[in-house]
Design a protein around this ligand. Structure first.
Ligand SMILES: [Fe+2]
Ligand SMILES: [Fe+2]
Length: 311
């Protein structure tokens, strides 16, 4: 009988290892080790926590949900929307700052929030409102402030590029904006999960390993978050496949567009800017993007980058 039990135990252990599943045995071993935790051990722990529901994914920020609901109604007037936004002080100040950034401002500055809202229009208020809500609620990780702030600027720039590209490709620019904004949302979520894990356990993880693991898992975690927030499945797919758009189960149009916007957001902050790789990207043929429209968009890259920096 004892022999049979130990056989069963071994079988269970073998199947856990085969599935790379961190059962209680692995978790204890990791804790006992209490030394430097390597990338693959950390990946196993995190994946196990996500799969078994031991890690709680954050909720969709309430202000984002409210702005989404309000701006869905085309009859909503600017004053009403300004009231809702003003209730969140950080959101009001942010919105005004972005409204006055080069991409949106036009010729003259917008002094009041209500004026900014009527000038921007509902679609843009919705986009900016959702971005700010995500920035203040999701893109905040203690100990990784700089990384996460620069990640948000990158995500916002990707969203702006994506919505402009969608316009050129005659695709839905709102969907593209959200796909761009959320493409790397798995990164702050993972960083927070790792910070929490190291706080409650004896694990020590080198910063280099943390960033490596975040890079490796962020697309899958972002997809899990999109699912948790009940976002449309095309958004989950574009998040999951933004580094590998050819493998997206549907046509992969949005994933390809996000991949290109992600590429442009990176390329425009690197100096000197190289136009040739941007115009030679595979997305141009895939999405039938007219090269002259992409060239016009590239000429506005400085305005996009400084709008993302104003956030
Ligand atoms: Fe990414
Ligand atoms: Fe990215």
């Amino acid at each position: 009988m004892a022999e049979r039990t130990s056989e069963q135990g071994l079988e269970r252990l073998a199947s856990q290892l085969k599935e790379r599943r961190p059962g209680p045995f692995d978790a204890k071993m990791e804790e006992r080790r209490a030394g430097v935790c390597g990338a693959s051990a950390l990946e196993r722990l995190l994946e196990g926590n996500l799969r078994e529901g031991r890690f709680e994914l954050p909720l969709l920020p309430a202000v984002a949900a409210q702005v989404m609901a309000l701006t869905n109604n085309n009859d909503v007037d600017a004053r009403k929307l300004a009231e809702v936004i003003q209730r969140d002080q950080a959101m009001g100040a942010h919105l005004l700052r972005i409204a006055n950034s080069p991409l949106y401002r036009g010729r003259c500055a917008m002094p009041s929030l209500q004026q900014a809202i009527s000038r921007l229009g509902l679609r843009q208020v919705r986009q900016v409102g959702i971005s700010i809500a995500c920035q203040t609620r999701i893109f905040r990780v203690r100990g990784y402030e700089e990384e996460v702030a620069s990640l948000f600027r990158h995500s916002f720039a990707t969203a702006l590029f994506a919505s402009e590209l969608a316009r050129s490709a005659r695709a839905n620019s709102e969907e593209a904006f959200l796909a761009g904004l959320l493409h790397d949302v798995g990164k702050p979520i993972l960083l927070q999960a790792i910070v929490d894990l190291t706080r409650i356990s004896a694990l020590q993880v080198e910063r280099r390993v943390v960033l490596e693991v975040v890079d490796a898992l962020h697309a899958r975690w972002g997809e899990a978050l999109a699912h948790n927030w009940n976002l449309p499945s095309y958004l989950g797919e574009s998040i999951a496949f933004h580094h590998d758009p050819e493998r997206a189960p549907s046509s992969g149009g949005l994933a390809m567009l996000t991949n290109y916007a992600d590429f442009l957001a990176h390329a425009t902050v690197e100096l000197p800017f190289q136009e040739a790789p941007a115009l030679g990207h595979r997305a141009l043929a895939h999405l039938r993007l007219p090269a002259d429209e992409v060239r016009t968009l590239l000429s506005r890259r400085a305005a996009i980058v400084s709008t993302a920096a104003a956030a």
